[in-house]
Ligand binder design. Structure first.
Ligand code: NAD
Length: 356
């Protein structure tokens, strides 16, 4: 890492980073706590076979910062945190999760964990044996289960608001939508889009998921290589980050980009500007993929009510319209507009909390 960890933490404004090591269970974890002004830092635990410890650290720092903004713009009283576990997800074990749970517990609720890439409700169940500071636990244990349906619903709501901005109405019937990645979130999103009569195309690299989704929803598959040949209205990235980049932008034939993947813009300002130049509406990822967080936040707060969560997720629509307004008024990219709105809330509450 050319920058020291303290330089990076200062640049990104992190409060605390906890490095956890347990050779017995092969646990190597980094818990990054970005900002707890609004409340305890809530964010999932990702398990990934990182090429290096530096890559894992950078990912944890970047993702936890994103969680701060996601919670803030969503009106939640939560801070931003995220954890990464370095290792092959196929080797995860009860011992690893329980040891990790004890590390989470040692933070006394300053960090609350949940599922993320390569971690499941079953893994949260093991963590829950060692700490109460975990959400997304299975429904039979009193939790709210997989948050992905809520993430997908929020993305769907965000697509509608983006359509309204681009075409003056949010009717998606007949609109051509490409969903990239039909995993936990993408599959549910396809369901919502098909239900309202959109013409849905999917792309993925996992044969089983392609088969399941095309059969269940009668949608058309496009290979990842061919997806840029498609003339579509809406592109919904639901697989990987950094898909909006120098390579992809000139090839994109769409009017709206709105999807679940985190950090879609490879270089925020540069690529956000390019999209504006091309008349493409971009829905900030951390705003429209907040449905899952809104759901686990309700679970963490107790008195969980599915209907209330659904209503809260629907607020993404108006929040996004507000972001579009600020972006136009201040001539800034939508990602920046969303961050400013989020940061203003954090700053305002910091002042509120500093006074009697
Ligand atoms: P997932 O792993 O279940 O699904 C991702 C899908 O993308 C898989 O089917 C995978 O095969 C596919 N994929 C991978 N590489 C691809 C490629 N090159 N081209 C096409 N498809 C490819 O993940 P998920 O939980 O559905 O999350 C999707 C995205 O949304 C991730 O970026 C995640 O960080 C983000 N997200 C998820 C949630 C949630 O609630 N699950 C919440 C917020 C953000």
């Amino acid at each position: 890492m050319s920058n020291t960890i303290f330089q990076l933490m200062s640049e990104l404004k992190h409060e605390q980073v906890v490095v956890c090591n347990d050779p017995h269970s092969n646990l190597k974890a980094i818990i990054a706590i970005h900002d707890t002004t609004l409340g305890p830092a809530l964010g999932g635990t990702r398990m990934w076979n990182y090429k290096s410890d530096d890559d894992a650290m950078i990912d944890a720092l970047r993702l936890s910062r994103g969680m701060t903004y996601k919670a803030a713009i969503s009106g939640l009283n939560l801070g931003g945190g995220k954890a990464v576990i370095i290792g092959d997800p196929s080797l995860k074990s009860e011992a690893l999760w329980r040891r990790y749970g004890r590390f989470v517990n040692s933070l006394n609720g300053k960090y609350i964990t949940a599922e993320d890439v390569n971690t499941s409700a079953r893994d949260m169940e093991f963590i829950h044996l060692e700490t109460k500071h975990v959400t997304g636990i299975p429904e039979y244990m009193g939790g709210s289960g997989d948050p992905s349906p809520f993430t997908a619903y929020g993305v769907f709501v965000g697509i509608k608001a983006s359509a309204f901005k681009q075409w003056g109405n949010d009717n998606l019937s007949g609109k051509k939508v490409l969903v990239q990645g039909v995993g936990h979130v993408g599959q549910y999103l396809v369901g919502h889009l098909v239900e309202v009569g959109a013409k849905v195309y999917i792309t993925d690299i996992n044969e089983t998921r392609i088969k399941e989704t095309t059969e269940k929803y009668k949608v058309e598959y496009v290979s990842p290589e061919k997806m840029y040949d498609m003339d579509i209205d809406i592109y919904a990235p639901c697989a990987l980050g950094a898909v909006i980049n120098n390579d992809s932008i000139p090839k994109l034939k769409c009017a709206v980009i709105a999807g679940a993947a985190n950090n879609q813009l490879e270089i925020e300002e540069t690529h956000g500007r390019e999209l504006i130049k091309r008349g493409i509406i971009y829905a900030p990822d951390f705003l429209i993929n907040a449905g899952g967080l809104i759901n686990v936040a309700a679970e963490a707060g107790g008195a969980y009510n599915r209907e209330k969560v659904t209503n809260d997720v629907e607020k993404i629509y108006n929040r996004l319209l507000e972001v579009f307004k600020v972006s136009e008024k201040d001539n800034i990219i939508t990602q920046e507009a969303a961050m400013r709105i989020a940061q203003k809330r954090i700053d305002d509450i910091a002042v509120v909390k500093s006074r009697m």
